[in-house]
Design a protein around this ligand. Sequence first.
Ligand code: ATP
Ligand code: MG
Length: 449
Amino acid sequence: MLKKFIGMIRSGTKSPQRFSLNIIPRDQHNVSRKQISPNALKVLYRLNSAGYEAFLVGGGVRDLLLGEHPKDFDIATNATPEQVRAQFNNCRLIGRRFRLAHVRFGREIIEVATFRASHQKADDDAHSAATSDSGQILRDNVYGNQEEDALRRDFTVNALYYGVKDFGIYDYAGGIQDLENRLLRLIGDPETRYREDPVRMLRAARFAAKLDFNIEDKTAAPIPRLAQLLLNIPPARLFEEVLKLFLSGKAEPTFAILRELDLFKFLFPSTDQLINEGHPYAQKLVVQALTNTDQRINADKPVTPAFLFAALLWPATQQLLLRYLEDGIPPIPALHKASQKVIDSQVKHTALPKRFSQPMKEIWELQLRLPRRRGKSAQTLAEHPRFRAAYDFVLLREASGEDLQGLGKWWTEFQEGDEKTRQKLQQGQGQGEGKRRPRRRRRYNNKPR
Ligand code: ATP
Ligand code: MG
């Protein structure tokens, strides 16, 4: 249907991609105003009436063309961030690396970015452009026109614009054709584009899973070789990306692609290593955690990054814990030591804000406490604010092949049972693992053997 409007020119050996603008008129595509957030429309109309160009771009257009519901609506304009701010009293400018305007309508934020151009236009203006030795763009605030903006975007399918002046789709990079072929293709030379921003490699994995697209060969090929460039990305940004990768309802296929492209190792190195070494349940645990997360998200149930990180980092933590226990450190201090060590090395890769690492540690600590269910302690444990997550974590560990001697079943019955059942269950613990052993005093022997 759209094919007759596609006039992408592919010629010449030196520049494999050459582009020409195709405008798909309103009656030739399925995007309609009704599907667009009224707030995004307000921003578009306001900028237009102030004399600026303004277009919906990125995921908003891409997902609508695919018949999906966009997660958010991004806008691109030729107005500078300051000019955008002048048009709205609910507007804030954010970002240094990539400066943009956030226009807020209650809980919805419409992101408005000024058209960007290539850095050759920067005139050595260090305030607007900066690039590292590895080719990484450190600051990307050189403004340009719509065509330049299109070619600075990552994938062809993310470089489609929709305007409310003529309701046409503007395609500078062959995105419509790739959309029809369900192909994820970087604009320009892939290696250069990954060097400019290594996070694009993660975005390739994320969109391939989210959209169920193939990654074009040339776009995929350099990734395993360049994956280590992720080490140059600030951990705070990688943490945000990890949330997008694993909290979008397609975490499980995303993980498979991340592993295939050798990217996972630069996000969770300790977990990746254990999986590669054939750890008995690390891979199963991660896959199961991600599958559960997907199911919860797709059922509109809440999920917490703390639980996800608890699962992603448990195999490494447990391995250390066992080592410390063998060294004679008591369980809880051993766990604290192991968690701290794992967290310290993890935060060199992805940040892990306290509001998530704290509950994560509590979930882990409860793994040691849940087996002690004698007397009143079961009820006390069940009232712990992190009990539910810790119980789910027990089930997850069992589902991944850890033998916890029926711990999950016991807690399921305890929660579902009436007072009598509970008492019976607790009595059953009288002789079992829940029974506190008499404290053995540790003997220290300083004499040389
Ligand atoms: P979604 O919002 O569904 O996750 P999206 O494509 O809208 O997907 P955003 O992160 O919201 O992704 O970015 C909006 C648009 O900005 C993208 O579609 C793309 O055109 C551009 N963009 C975002 N990040 C980059 C990047 N690292 N390099 C180049 N272009 C980018
Ligand atoms: Mg978006």
